[in-house]
Design a protein around this ligand. Structure first.
Ligand code: GNR
Ligand code: NI
Length: 180
């Protein structure tokens, strides 16, 4: 298995719409396994394929504390939504930013599993939040898109600053010297 690189906002590749998986074959299962390893290593509670620059409708999730209940969703669709609830969200592609987002409280999702078998899942709580968050990734949508323009701007600045510190760790503030 392989740990994949996670794209970060404002990378335009996160905006591409993901395409359906026609056949759930060994290549799709390898992608699921690599995504699970990447999600657990991050660590995160979910990961959508576009975050690792694969523009296919594939999602992995594990919201358990024990990290022993991987859920694989291929070609997922939300077929019903009920109620509204606000909760704090984060995203591996928007590191360091946590904001309250309103989503449906209960959902029913239809998807295919790693054998290609179709199934339905009715759920609420963090799992429902996470499924909605991951399905947005498949449409090229990020949770920061729900924020006010000011908060989105602040998120962008925070990530840009973190990037600079990562790639120019020894550059002094105000100095125009090239990074060492
Ligand atoms: O790890 C994650 N935590 C999280 C917390 C609240 C709501 C959604 C999430 S998903 C996120 C992983 C991620 O970025 N998935 O796309
Ligand atoms: Ni995310």
């Amino acid at each position: 298995m392989t740990i994949l690189t996670i794209l970060e906002f404002p990378d335009e590749r996160l905006r591409k719409k993901a395409q359906p998986i026609a056949v759930v074959d060994d290549a799709a299962r390898r992608l699921l396994d690599d995504m699970l390893e990447t999600m657990y290593a991050a660590p995160g509670v979910g990961l959508a394929a576009p975050q690792v620059n694969v523009h296919k409708r594939v999602v992995v999730i594990d919201v358990t504390e024990e990290k022993n209940s991987p859920l694989c969703l291929i070609n997922p669709e939300i077929i019903s939504k009920e109620g509204e609830e606000e909760s704090e969200e984060g995203c591996l592609s928007v590191p360091g930013v946590f904001e309250k987002i309103t989503r449906a409280e209960k959902i029913t999702v239809r998807a295919q599993d790693r054998t290609g078998q179709s199934f339905e899942l009715e759920t609420g709580g963090l799992l429902a939040v996470c499924i909605q968050h991951e399905l947005d990734h498949l449409e090229g949508k990020l949770f920061v898109d729900y924020l006010s323009p000011l908060k989105r701007h602040m998120a962008r600045k925070k990530i840009q600053k973190a990037h600079r510190q990562k790639h120019e760790p020894r550059a002094k503030p105000g100095s125009h010297a090239a990074p060492i």
